[in-house]
Design a protein. Sequence first.
Length: 370
Amino acid sequence: MIEVRVKLLTTALIVICPMVSGCGATIPAPASAPPSLASTIGTTRASEAERPFAYVAEICRSSSCASPSGFVQMLGGPTITEDIENPSVLTTDGAGNLYVGNSTTSNGGDVSVYAAKSVKPLRILSGIIGRPTGLVANAAGRLVVVAQDRVGCCGFEGTGAIYAPGATEPRRHLKDLAPFAGSPVLDKFGNLYVANFDVFPGWVSVYHRGQHVPTRFIQKGIGLPTALAVAPNGDLVVGNGLFSLSSKGSDVVVYPAGKSLPSLTITAGLQSLYDVAVDADGNIYVANVRNQKARASITVYRKGHTNVWRSIHSGITAPVRLAFDSSGRLYVANAPNKQTNTIAVYAAGGSTPVRTYTLKEDFSGLAVPR
């Protein structure tokens, strides 16, 4: 799903639409699935009773891959290969059902749905225009798919589809999406937020609960929005790439629930921002990929503060995705270009991984049921 950053605008577009590049013909599922992910257990909290669980999408980049269409691995469990093809994005709903966004052609895709911890699909969702770049589902299973449609030789359009729980065809299509739209998130009130970028600085579209037309746009404080997250109190957290000639680096901006003006801007400790996440206490976590000035890290900011509270370096190589589970554990997907991709899991408040899972292929997507 994510490739390590290249330069300037190309970098930004990869972050927002991580599967813009790459395509493949339909390839039959392999007769046998790859083995479960290998893991190593950290020296601290090694006796933890409840094992971590997440879904990890992987893309095959080598001719020797056992599943050339890609697959979804359950941490420490079985592998999903049936109806998986170049999986790009994942999400789960309140019942634990898994939704997998597939790129089935160079400019098309679908979503396969699986019951919790099952390897057999329940249904396939069609009607998607373009290739999926973002998924989000509410507790009841109402799904929003954001995609990118190639127009002509070089143009793109952003598209969005809304599926009722259990449906296989979209009920409505989202309006007013930019060519590079992604990172859809829902707040506790059911409002939908989508990051948009076409020309600098971009914007965030806000759709009130159940609506398919934006009710407002967030522009103040936005500068190439690459990642969105929602705090438990409903605040929106936006990670900006700030791609401009005068830019001094990334920043993170916080918008109070229902507001379009920021209440907080974070710049300390940030470089090459890839993702943001918020824990149950409202603390903000930022994934920073290594650059010429600093090594890769996860920087943590206490709720309402702009200074770095603590930094996580152990187990961090190239962090591109962050997620929390219901126990407060942090999951970090590392996807360095020429090294082994991993999933590092940290106990709530910890800075050393309690488990590290080695991926067989290239990381593509992460979903952690909550």
